[in-house]
Design a protein around this ligand. Structure first.
Ligand code: PMP
Length: 295
């Protein structure tokens, strides 16, 4: 693991943040999770744009986009693996005890590059078991789920509840009972050949993977629609899958103990998964890693 912190790249285990950083104290900050495939950072500009939107939503001033891009590329290069996971974080910075962000003079940027496993390989192949969790996604005027802030307790509690109930992840509904998303991925249902996913206004992050799949759908002539979905829509779907940078494209095998009827993983899920991984390996901002030595 490598980390960029306070202007230097260090071994990840050596990186430290002060206890008065408001990211640590209050979850006051924003972040992005990106992946490196075959020596290229996938959708770097999309992630930086979303980070910018999240930062504006909480009134946090970011370093310039070029500086952030360089931090990501330099840290990933120092890590050196052609396939890796990148976590880019900007906190409000060090301040005093007390929530007032005015006490924080300078935002702190941290970039971590490591491996990540959201679900084990066996689960990825067989499909995930989900349960509808009791914790709901907050409304936009409570804590806007479109803002990728360091305040992830809602997702943590959803995932914890799902695990306690023997499932792999939680299906999170909004206050109206519509599907929002999973703890760290967007939700998709396939019905009669069309791929349906809830709009972000139903309580989800505007996923970079979600947008990539939408583009792939166009190329593959697969109809896609953003539509509010209830739990029953998922139970009646031919296929259900999750998608996100960490999760990639992963089938859902059951919801609340009911098997999703289509073959798991179903044909549309498999097609999109393959197309997604193929695009991820070909497209992206190159790290320009040194050529491996052949002695
Ligand atoms: N929803 C949540 C809550 C997430 O944490 C993530 C992962 N960043 C996603 C959706 C998927 O977003 P993306 O495809 O941009 O990784």
């Amino acid at each position: 693991m490598k980390a960029w912190i306070d202007g230097a790249i260090v071994e990840g285990t050596e990186a430290r943040i002060p206890v008065l950083d408001h990211g640590f104290l209050y979850g006051d900050g924003v972040f992005e999770g990106l992946r490196v495939y075959a020596g290229r950072v996938f959708r770097l500009d999309d992630h930086l744009r979303r980070l910018g939107t999240s930062a504006r939503a909480i009134g946090l001033r970011l370093p310039g986009t070029d500086a952030l891009r360089e931090i990501v590329l330099a840290t990933a290069r120092a890590h050196g693996a052609p396939d890796a996971y990148v976590r880019l974080i900007v906190t409000r910075g060090t301040g005093s005890l007390g929530v007032d962000p005015e006490s924080c003079r300078a935002p702190r940027t941290v970039c971590i590059v490591d491996d990540v496993t959201l679900f084990d390989a066996e689960k990825e192949a067989a499909g995930l078991d989900l349960v509808t969790v009791s914790v709901r996604r907050p409304a936009q005027d409570v804590l806007d789920p479109r803002v990728k802030s360091l305040n992830y307790l809602n997702s943590v509690l959803a995932r914890r509840e799902a695990r306690l109930r023997g499932a792999d992840d939680g299906l999170i509904l909004n206050a109206a009972g519509n599907v929002a998303e999973a703890s760290g991925a967007n939700v998709f249902a396939v019905r009669d050949g069309a791929v349906l996913t809830p709009p972000a206004t139903d309580g989800s992050l505007e996923g970079v993977t979600q947008r990539t799949l939408l583009e792939l759908g166009r190329d593959l002539a697969l109809p896609f629609a953003e539509r509010s979905l209830g739990r029953t829509d998922l139970l009646g779907a031919d296929e259900v899958f999750l998608a996100g940078t960490g999760a990639r494209v992963v089938a859902v095998r059951s919801l609340d103990g009911e098997t999703i009827p289509g073959a798991t993983p179903g044909p549309v899920t498999l097609r999109l998964r393959e197309a997604y991984l193929d695009r991820a390996r070909r497209q992206g901002t190159p790290l320009r890693l040194p050529e491996p030595r052949v002695d």
